[in-house]
Design a protein around this ligand. Structure first.
Ligand SMILES: Cc1ncc(COP(=O)(O)O)c(C=O)c1O
Length: 424
């Protein structure tokens, strides 16, 4: 029988405490319905690649131009990752070394801006990311962040506001894409605005990279100067990031990542990125990407029919932003009750939220992880019903109802084992 001890014998022998924690996390990921839209389950192949001896090697520099010897193998690993990235996303150049999405974005600032220069990005409470010039981020303190939002009446990005701000503020760089944006990003419209004011257009596709790779969201390739992405969300790779760009920006991007911001790349992550990119180029992955969207759309419809207020009225992608004001339950109380029921979400601000970010009005949910388990669209009614029951239980303080949902969630999770996790 496979036990945690014989799956990880060295870890179990050296550090039983940590071995037990890894096993506990495995169990949690197996037993719960993970609806955080930025999370996923990587394949066993990606998991294996990310836990290899490649992590023992230092390789500052780029293939063929390193500052350490012994790169006979690592150069090949990175070259394969770069080739797969440029081919999958149809961009001229790829840098696969950023440690994660935030340092990747900071590298873009370093490549194109001087401190104090203006950047136009979506504001955090409206769905943008911290690194798009928000005040508490280095990107909003070292640079001058000007922020756009969504329209109050539609919950959608206000492109008129983006154009007006761009004309008035003349940013050197414009970010599009975000972290809580349930609708298609109109890359062409952003490019038109960026060209008009002479700004570099950065498409941050961290959330939707897998959908783009699978053809379930339009590609920024024809429009963006730089494409920034994490590799661990819908793309279903290891925790890491990539910067893709037009050929003319390749040198600036590479110099900004190394030596500008980072030292040695994490080669085990590079290998796992390469594996994830190979997987993402398959027909199976394309089906997965489309299924993520179908599941999100169905879940949105099921929730709306139960009286949930969806920001922008629904979704075009993998995520739903839900304003719980009408349900009379704050986002944090709902998220914590859902967690107790084995349904993992995050509380989130909604546009024009009167509440504070640490205690906001909404929750954010998404379908990438449940779709990786193969949970079909027919089950979205069940998922919506669970959310409804738990939110109501959170309002009335009915802990028994929460417990009941937890048992039902566990049954469905047992029926759809997650990739990369040992069964049983
Ligand atoms: C749009 C966007 N960009 C960048 C990031 C930053 O990625 P990381 O958490 O890997 O630094 C995120 C993470 O949530 C994101 O949603």
């Amino acid at each position: 029988m496979t036990t945690p001890e014989n799956r990880r014998p060295a870890l179990a022998a050296t550090d039983p405490e940590l071995a037990a924690l890894v096993t506990a996390e495995e169990q949690l990921q197996a037993d719960t319905l993970r609806l955080i839209p930025s999370e996923n389950y990587v394949s066993a192949a990606v998991l294996e690649a990310s836990g290899t001896v490649l992590q023992n090697k230092y390789s500052e520099g780029y293939p063929g131009k390193r500052y350490y010897e012994g790169q006979q193998v690592i150069d090949q690993v990175e070259t394969v990752a770069v080739e797969r990235a440029t081919s999958l996303f149809h961009m001229d150049h790829a840098n696969v070394q950023p440690y994660s999405g935030s340092p990747a974005n900071l590298a873009v600032y370093l490549a194109f801006l001087e401190p104090g220069d203006t950047v136009l990005g979506m504001s955090l409470p409206m769905g943008g990311h911290l690194t798009h010039g928000w005040g508490v981020s280095a990107t909003g303190t070292w640079f001058r962040g000007v922020q756009y939002g969504v329209r109050r009446d539609t919950g959608r990005i206000d492109l008129d506001e983006v154009r007006d701000l761009a004309r008035a503020e003349r940013p050197k760089m414009i970010f599009c894409g975000g972290t809580a944006v349930p609708r298609t990003i109109d890359f062409a419209a952003f490019a038109e605005i960026a060209h008009e004011v002479g700004a570099v257009l950065v498409a941050d596709i961290a959330h939707i990279a897998g959908l783009i790779a699978g053809g379930a969201h339009p590609s920024p390739a024809p429009y963006a100067d730089v494409v920034s992405t994490t590799t661990h969300k819908t793309l279903r790779g290891p925790r890491g990031a990539m910067l893709l760009s037009r050929a003319e920006h390749a040198r600036a991007i590479d110099r900004a990542v190394f030596p500008g911001l980072q030292g040695g790349p994490h080669n085990q992550t590079t290998a796992a990125i390469a594996v994830a990119l190979k997987e993402a180029a398959t027909a199976d992955f394309s089906a997965y990407a489309h299924q993520v969207v179908s599941n999100a759309r169905a879940l949105g419809e099921e929730l709306a029919s139960r009286g949930f207020d969806l920001v922008s009225g629904g979704t075009d992608n993998h995520l739903l932003l839900i304003d719980l004001t009408g349900k009379d339950v704050p986002g944090k109380i709902a998220a914590k009750a859902l967690d107790r029921a084995g349904i993992v979400v995050n509380y989130n601000t909604v546009p024009y939220d009167p509440r504070k970010p640490f205690d906001p009005s909404g929750i954010r949910i998404g379908t990438p992880a449940l779709t990786s388990r193969g949970i079909p669209v027919q089950e979205m009614g069940t998922v919506a019903e669970w959310i409804d029951r738990v939110v109501e239980a959170a309002r009335t303080g009915d802990e028994a109802a929460v417990e009941k949902v937890r048992a039902e969630v566990k049954n469905l999770m047992d029926a759809y084992p997650a990739p990369g996790l040992p069964v049983g």
